[in-house]
Design a protein. Structure first.
Length: 760
């Protein structure tokens, strides 16, 4: 306790002390979570009556380290003028404050509360006409305004007639919710206000500031030629319902959408986790008013039923004795739904499957029993009724290392009917062919013998495989014996050249590292894979070709940075790999690939592949990769890009991409430019140089306001035949709460080229 000019007097038998000119008061242990500091210009201290008993601590001792210290009898303190109460990173500023020290409660008038919320880089500010401290960690406020802006009149804020919130772990009850955690809140009569004008109202909400100040997680407002005018919203389901989220739920979202050309849609997505399980659920339904989808050529895009949707559940349960139960179920109304409404998931997520899997994994072995059925008849899948698999990986047996893979069960092949839209030459099997229930047994045994020969690490290996099917497309039951032998090896060379110096290329010494690796093998079997049902790629589709690969992987390293902050950087990396095979297929396979660990799964097309990165400086990189088909003497794939971060305000990239298989030959690029502290733009454009037309173009304008951003994007996609306009808004430091697409939210804080931009 520190004060200036403390004066005391007795009023009606009670001792009262006053001070002006500055006061400092603290309680708790400095450095610990509960330590509180209070400063003010004026104060009134209220003392315990002389004959009253002092409260005891939990240990039974009288409170206070010094019983004779008169400050131990202070039971309350009233503060005025520039009141500042600090607890860790949290602060409360106010005009007036009364603190009940015995009950750890306070009444605060005209407060400004600053909360540092975990997971957020920007604090939360709460302004109110009156606030009350209910305990050391719980507060309530009347007529509150919540925002991320420290300004008295923010551009946007959340209004609440009443709000409860917690600043740390709290074991007591908070507005009917027991065990409140840091950042949790309850709001009554909430409004979302923009420029002081209320746009949205909700009577009651419960949530956590780390997930946003409102139930609204995101809004995407835009227009596209496919969907028309669209409004896509994502809500925090439990906050919207005014309920506390169960601890097991990591996320629970409600999607409410509307498309002028399609109709309304509703969906939900939840992720959960307990001490012994985790999983997710996704659901969506739309009453689609269109007659056709727009998802590109080679599709039957007719909409047969307007009621469309999906439901997907994935769950993993950890059981005793290292067992796991894995469940997945997926229903989709029609073959085009996922591609039309969830294109990113359609292109990048795992297959939609329905199965039950029981798995036991320990050390270097695993056993699983899988039952799988196909309920989506437009997908190519293998059903299992059931199938058991046992794998043993890297088991030492004397000087050898043993790998074992075994499976047995009943399987059934069901092809994707959409294969009728693919050219016949790409069909290894007629899509009308379906298997009956087929008993299959397969075992693969591999023995490796690793040893060093001078600077070389060599691993001779041999593989034996036997497989039985009781049915095949044309010849009934079949037995296959597969054998393979080969060698893998590698060596690494390096040289240090300290005399290499260049100011132009920012070089300070050089280390050149070269790694050479190679694989070679011969194999043979007695059954052509074309005569089998294609249940699994790594079983039925293996071929008896022989082949090899050699790779030269180079790295030039140098020092960069000042003398006190030097670091090692890869100046140039350049990898070249060639694959060569005894058997080369026709035009149905391109872009050869060598699998050094399982050579029988390689794609047998002779090729030379290369990729390189040249970091000309800390802000400039040249990237390239290519795949050359030596059988057809053609360049199948090629990419060349230059990425430059010229200044903290300006960066750009240019590139060329060629994919022979789809006759794509694109050139284009993009730039990010911060015009001023408040205005930024981002532009991307790609053109097909063979067809002489723009394939993709979009431009985004970003406007910064105090503690929040707005972005307007115009997009033109000729590949998807779509034109769109969208608006995004998000608070500073919390792009996850974006109202609109989050694609360009990173440009608000950095003009650096984002990975998704350079990979377009």
């Amino acid at each position: 306790f520190d004060h200036k000019g403390l004066q005391s007097e007795t009023i009606n038998g009670e001792v009262v002390a006053t001070t002006t000119g500055g006061l400092y008061f603290s309680y708790g242990v400095p450095g610990e979570a509960g330590f509180v500091e209070i400063r003010a210009q004026s104060a009134v201290l209220f003392y315990r009556p002389p004959n009253a008993e002092r409260p005891e601590t939990e240990s039974g001792d009288e409170s206070g380290s010094n019983k004779n210290d008169p400050l131990n009898n202070v039971i309350g303190i009233y503060l005025e003028d520039d009141v500042l109460m600090t607890r860790g990173e949290d602060q409360i500023r106010a005009d007036r404050l009364y603190f009940d020290l015995e009950n750890n409660r306070a009444v605060i008038l005209d407060p400004v509360v600053r909360l540092a919320i975990p997971k957020r880089t920007v604090p939360i500010y709460i302004r109110a006409t009156e606030a009350r401290q209910l305990s050391s960690t719980e507060f309530s406020a009347q007529d509150a305004r919540v925002s991320t802006s420290e300004f008295y009149t923010p551009h946007y804020h959340i209004g609440a007639g009443k709000i409860y919130f917690a600043v740390d772990e709290a074991a007591s009850e908070l507005g009917g919710v027991r065990g409140a955690r840091s950042g949790e809140y309850e709001m009554v009569n909430t409004t979302f206000n923009l420029g002081g004008f209320p746009l949205l109202y909700w009577p009651y909400a419960v949530g956590n500031f780390s997930e946003g100040e409102t139930a609204l997680r995101s809004v995407n407002i835009g227009h596209s030629s496919k969907l028309g005018m669209s409004v896509e919203t994502t809500w925090n389901l439990f906050t919207l319902a005014g309920m506390q989220k169960p601890p097991m739920l990591k996320r629970a979202d409600l999607n409410l959408d509307y498309y002028s050309k399609r109709g309304p849609g509703i969906g939900t997505e939840e992720e959960y986790k307990t001490g012994h399980s985790f999983g997710l659920f996704r659901g969506y339904f739309i009453d689609d008013g269109a007659e056709r989808d727009e998802i590109g050529p080679f599709h039957d895009d007719r909409i047969l039923h307007p009621e469309r949707g999906r439901a997907t559940w994935r769950h993993r349960e950890y059981l005793p004795e290292d067992w796991q139960l894995i469940l997945e179920g997926s229903y989709i109304s029609d073959k085009n739904f996922l591609e039309q409404y969830f294109k990113h998931e359609f292109e990048t997520d795992k297959d939609q499957e329905t199965y039950v899997r029981l798995k036991k994994q320990r050390d270097n072995w695993a056993f699983d029993l899988t039952t799988q059925v196909r309920i989506l008849d437009w997908l190519t899948q293998t059903e299992r009724f059931p199938e058991a698999t046992f794998r043993l990986i890297g088991q030492p047996v004397g000087p050898l290392t043993w790998y074992s893979e075994n499976r047995a069960g009943v399987v059934r092949y069901r092809p994707d009917e959409r294969r009728i839209f693919i050219e016949a030459k790409n069909n290894y099997w007629d899509n009308r062919v379906r298997s009956h229930d087929t008993v299959r047994g397969d075992t693969r045994q591999e023995a490796d013998w690793p040893f060093n020969l001078g600077p070389f690490k060599l691993v001779p290996f041999t593989v034996g495989r036997g497989t039985y099917w009781d049915d095949s497309p044309h010849e009934g039951s079949q037995d296959r014996v597969f054998g393979m032998g080969g060698v893998r090896g590698s060596t690494t060379l390096s040289r240090v050249c300290p005399d290499v110096q260049s100011q132009l290329f920012d070089l300070n010494g050089m280390r050149h590292i070269v790694k050479v690796d190679f694989t070679g093998w011969v194999s043979g079997d007695n059954v052509d894979h074309m005569s089998l049902f294609p249940f699994d790629r790594d079983v039925e589709e293996i071929e008896d070709f022989s082949g090899g690969s050699i790779g030269i992987r180079q790295r030039w390293q140098t020092h960069r940075g000042g003398s006190e902050h030097q670091r090692i950087v890869d100046w140039i990396t350049w990898d070249v790999e060639g694959g060569f095979f005894s058997h080369v297929p026709g035009d149905d396979k391109t872009n050869g690939y060598v699998s050094p660990t399982r050579p029988e799964e390689s794609i047998s097309s002779n090729h030379i592949r290369s990729n390189a990165i040249w970091r000309l400086g800390d802000t400039t990189s040249l990237l390239g990769d290519m795949n050359y088909d030596t059988d057809r003497s053609r360049l199948d794939i090629a990419n060349l890009s230059l990425a430059v971060e010229r200044t903290p305000r300006f960066s750009y990239f240019v590139g060329w991409r060629r994919i022979k298989e789809i006759n794509s030959n694109l050139v284009g690029g993009g730039l990010n430019y911060r015009l001023t502290e408040k205005h930024s733009i981002a532009v991307q454009e790609y053109s097909d140089i063979e067809r002489g037309k723009t394939e993709m173009f979009d431009v985004t304008y970003i406007r910064k306001f105090p503690r929040w951003y707005v972005a307007l994007t115009f997009g033109l996609d000729k590949i998807e035949d779509n034109t769109s306009v969208s608006i995004s808004m998000w608070p500073e430091g919390f792009p996850e709460a974006s109202i609109g697409p989050r694609r360009y939210t990173g440009i608000a804080t950095s003009t650096a080229i984002q990975p998704d931009e350079a990979s377009q």
